[in-house]
Design a protein around this ligand. Structure first.
Ligand code: AMP
Length: 632
């Protein structure tokens, strides 16, 4: 591991030289005067004085060499349509969208909220904002009106861009009517709403003077030429709201130069995606993974990016592997939940298609349990890399880095700290360094590397208070995750520090218990929460989805299965982690991005109000949970 260690060491100890080298991966209109300004800790300003543009680096820069190459391929299994755009065509579409936005009064520094389904126009809108220096804030389509209104009031957009509707599992989801509702609730509504009509809402209401039809405006700007605005490296490029634990949304603010450099470098060292190849990221543009690895990074790298509207199991569970085969995808990025969904289907779908073009499958967003990792790697026959990052970081914090050095992957581990991250594991009690295999808080010693959040939009104080206040003695960025490092230097993420449960004075991560439950061969997935217990303070409670539910038909079968799971936990983790009970359900309540709604589960289990459930994927999951808890 010499090369990797040396690479990481240089990134920290020869920081300026290291990042100057990486900065050459993108185009600068004007060179920067200073690599890093860290005169006001913990605020880091990268590539100070340099001028660049994300859209130029994603599109214009490639025109000479690859105008005819596919840049964006949109595949919708919802409306059964595929549309391909070359770099030349994408250039034209983005310029036209930029001109349309300008005609609606949008300029440099203005905010634009994009509330759209996974359609190419959403990508055009993001890139058009980047082109003219407007700040986009993409809001995931699953958010309800009140959540959208809160984001409107925080970002105060000049323009909102939406569609009449999206489609999910063949059912129309109405976007525009929800935008109308959110605007009614907002204190600082936008002056204009631009709507792309897909014919999914025949009765869509129109507000005269405010609503603008994309189809009417677009022809007026055919062939528009809109130059890129050269932005100082530290100007904001976008705001992305995180699903924080408080009611008030927290806008992660990204810069321009650091963002572009970090993404370009990640394509080289982590994802190993080369110009001319294809990347398929199965996320949604409403999440950070979608921003970074559907839109910006693959295009900055000169790749073809696949934008997929649909679910992984429609028309059947082979649809993603068919895309890999058809487009010779070399880099794929997905989430453990999606893989667990596929795991419940016939593995023959994985063998049906030729996936030999795939160099790696990357997974992130939540813990990747060992059985799922083993299953997908075996069935796919390609290397599967677990890597760890957050909305705040914008690119990986922990990962294998095959572009630097090929290292052995340990199941359950997202491998090593990425270059630029001075990562530490600190003991919660006194902020001292933890030893090997000792559970501690994962922190980053600032300055945060390029591409990480620059601040919280409009609230510098909140940035410092939220992220840098965990330890009074040390100024460090808290990831709010527990982790351990084994004797070989591999990290393991054990779950959020804020999901910790305390059983009879012993602190346990719910993730640790889930891992143990998952070791039972008949478990597809599970969620463990801590519930109040009069004797022990808290007790873990498990909700499990069986791969084969045939044993659950009788009370005896259930009891026997529950006992086996408890024995498995005893064996894997020790009796301390044994769940009080195991409830069987056929699905877990999750956000549409695949995060298990543990807090809601916990609240229901404790007989409390589950709170804000606007992001839930399937409300039926809650009903199941309730009847399981009621003994049904
Ligand atoms: P988000 O900002 O919504 O992407 O969530 C970030 C959080 O997801 C992290 O703080 C972790 O708790 C979790 N997470 C992301 N990737 C991983 C991973 N590979 N392993 C374990 N947890 C992960």
């Amino acid at each position: 591991m010499g090369a990797l260690q040396d690479f990481h060491r240089r990134s920290i100890h020869e920081r300026d030289a290291f990042w100057t080298e990486q900065s050459k991966l993108i185009h600068w209109n004007k060179p920067f005067a200073q690599v890093l300004d860290y005169s006001r800790p913990p605020f880091a300003r990268w590539f100070v004085g340099g001028e660049t543009n994300l859209c130029h680096n994603a599109i214009d820069r490639h025109l000479e060499a690859r105008a005819g190459q596919k840049a964006l391929v949109w595949i919708s299994t919802e409306v059964d349509k595929t549309v391909e755009y070359t770099y030349g065509q994408l250039h034209a579409e983005v310029q036209r969208t930029a001109a349309m936005m300008q005609s609606l009064g949008v300029g440099r520094g203005d905010r634009v909220i994009i509330y759209m389904p996974m359609i190419p126009e959403a990508a055009f809108a993001m890139l058009a904002c980047a082109r003219i220096g407007a700040i986009h804030s993409v809001v995931f389509g699953g958010f309800a009106a009140a959540s959208l209104a809160a984001r409107i009031d925080d970002a105060r957009p000049k323009l909102m861009i939406t569609a009449d509707g999206g489609s999910r599992m063949g059912k129309a989801v109405l976007y525009k009517s929800l935008v109308d509702e959110s605007i009614k609730l907002a204190k600082f509504p936008p002056g204009k709403v631009l709507i792309f009509k897909r014919g999914l809402d025949a009765r869509m209401p129109v507000v005269a003077g405010r609503d603008v039809d994309w189809a009417e405006l677009a022809p007026k700007h055919l062939g528009a030429q809109v130059p890129c605005a050269w932005l100082e490296s530290n100007e904001p490029s976008y705001i992305l709201y995180t699903s924080g634990t408080t009611g008030r949304p927290k806008g992660v603010q990204r810069d321009v130069g650091g963002h572009a450099v970090s993404l370009a470098a990640s394509m080289k060292y982590i994802y190993c995606g080369n110009a001319g190849e294809t990347m398929f990221t199965t996320s949604d543009i409403g999440w950070v993974v979608g921003h970074s690895y559907i839109i910006y990074a693959p295009l900055i790298a000169g790749m073809t990016t696949i934008m997929y509207e649909g679910v992984p199991i429609r028309p059947d569970a082979g649809v993603w592997w068919k895309i890999v085969q058809d487009y010779k995808v070399s880099v794929m990025f997905s989430a453990p939940t999606a893989i667990r969904v596929l795991k419940k289907h016939d593995p023959a779908y994985l063998k049906k298609y030729d996936v030999s073009s795939l160099r790696h499958l990357f997974l992130a967003g939540e813990p990747l349990d060992e059985p799922t990792h083993v299953w997908i790697q075996t069935e796919l026959g390609r290397p599967v890399i677990d890597h760890y990052w957050q909305t705040e970081s914008g690119w990986p914090i922990l990962s294998a880095m095959p572009g630097v050095e090929k290292t052995h992957v340990k199941f359950g581990s997202p491998s090593f700290p990425c270059y630029g991250y001075d990562l530490k594991l600190l003991r919660e009690a006194d902020a001292s360094d933890a030893g090997p295999d000792e559970k501690a808080v994962v922190v980053v010693v600032p300055p945060l590397p390029p591409g990480n959040l620059a601040t919280v939009w409009g609230d510098d104080e909140r940035f410092v208070k939220t992220y840098f206040n965990t330890f009074s003695k040390k100024l460090v960025y808290a990831t709010f995750d527990w982790g351990i490092r084994d004797k070989d230097g591999y990290y393991f993420i054990l779950g959020r520090t804020d999901d910790v449960i305390n059983v009879a004075g012993h602190r346990l991560g719910t993730r640790e218990i889930e891992e143990a439950v998952n070791m039972h061969s008949n478990i597809a997935e599970c969620a463990v929460v801590g519930v109040a217990d009069a004797l022990k303070g808290q007790m873990p409670l498990a909700f499990a989805v069986a791969k084969d539910p045939s044993r659950l038909g009788t009370p005896e079968g259930r009891k026997a299965f529950e006992k086996e799971i408890m024995d498995t936990v005893d064996k894997q983790l020790g009796a301390i982690g044994r769940p009080k009970a195991v409830h069987f359900v056929t699905l877990l309540p999750k956000t549409r991005s695949g995060k298990t709604l543990r807090r809601a589960i916990q609240a229901l289990a404790e007989g409390r109000d589950p709170g804000d459930l606007t992001t839930i994927e399937d409300p039926g999951a809650l009903q199941q949970l309730k009847s399981a808890l009621a003994g049904g």
